[in-house]
Design a protein around this ligand. Structure first.
Ligand SMILES: [Zn+2]
Length: 303
């Protein structure tokens, strides 16, 4: 069999990572650029440029994009986005016309989930819940060995389950969502309360790693909130695995330990005892590898 290559692109609010990926999720070459968010046209032109730079005469079978957007899979449209100027664009058609190969697109957290499922912490599992903790809380599901995308492609926004009625505001305009309690900015706020205005979540995690009690407790409080979300997902989906990734997810056991305690209390038997709650393995490569797998999905769906 010929060794097909695709390009996966993980579009972030600050950086865009692109990689030539094979069917096993192995990265052959990758490149990272800052994302031009000055306008929608500039953003799209920047994405064209990064694809062309990587392609450079090479045989490429398809393109896949993970974008921080609500995606309508029926039309291939990016409906609305967070942190980038991309809304109401027929993204899939536009990229296919521009680059002349099949194109797959998905939400960035779905892409990260698919990446961890193919090549990382969730390899071989059939039922996976993934949460990415960053500026927001992203979510993705693998159910019965397939990515779950909901009726139109907006699923599964696990970060927006409501865990506190009339709770703190969420980035989406709602209140008391998991994201309002467990995203990176919550750690930034806790750090400022403890150490003053110059502090942030990175410092909180660093101090937590050194075992400073008030930092450990502040992170444990966030971890317990995360645990209410995880326990709810375990009760609903009975996954084999819950994978926690994203930049703030690298706080690891400082969050996951307290989260597991809540899971042990609030999860239903036997799922709470059999499910494993683990850190992601691929780091910032999860999204780009997943985007590559989405490219293969688009290629395989061709008549
Ligand atoms: Zn929300």
């Amino acid at each position: 069999m010929e060794a097909l290559r695709v390009i996966g692109v993980d579009v972030g609010g600050t950086k865009t990572l692109a990689a030539v990926v094979d069917r096993h999720g192995e990265i052959e070459q990758d490149v990272v650029h800052s994302t031009d968010i000055s306008s929608q046209d500039a953003l799209l032109a920047g994405l064209d440029a990064i694809v062309e730079e990587l392609r450079d005469g090479r045989e490429i079978a398809a393109l896949g994009f993970g974008i921080p957007s609500r995606v309508d899979q029926r039309s291939g449209r990016a409906v609305a986005s967070v942190n980038i100027p991309l809304a109401g664009v027929d993204f899939r058609d536009r990229m296919r016309e521009r680059h002349g190969v099949p194109v797959g697109i998905d939400n960035d957290a779905n892409a990260a989930t698919i990446g961890e499922w193919h090549a990382g912490a969730a390899r071989g599992a059939r039922y996976v819940v993934m949460l990415t903790l960053g500026t927001g809380v992203g979510g993705g599901l693998i159910l019965d060995g397939r990515p779950y995308r909901g009726a139109t492609g907006v699923g599964a926004e696990l970060g927006h389950i409501v865990i506190g009625l009339d709770g703190p505001p969420c980035g989406c305009g709602g209140h008391g969502h998991l994201e309002s309690y467990a995203a990176g900015p919550v750690a930034d706020r806790a750090a400022r309360e403890l150490y003053g205005n110059g502090s942030d979540g990175h410092e909180l995690v660093e101090r937590g790693r050194k075992g400073e009690p008030e930092a450990v407790e502040a992170l444990a409080e966030i971890g317990r909130r995360l645990g209410t979300g995880i326990a709810s997902f375990v009760n609903v989906f009975e996954p084999e695995l819950v994978v926690v990734g994203g930049g703030f997810g690298t706080a690891g056991e400082l969050l996951l330990g307290p989260a597991r305690e809540v899971l042990a209390r609030e999860g239903l038997e036997p799922a709470r005892d059999t499910v494993r709650v683990v850190p992601a393995q691929l780091g910032f490569h999860a999204g780009v590898i997943g985007a590559g797998m989405i490219a293969f999905e688009a290629l395989d769906a061709e008549p």
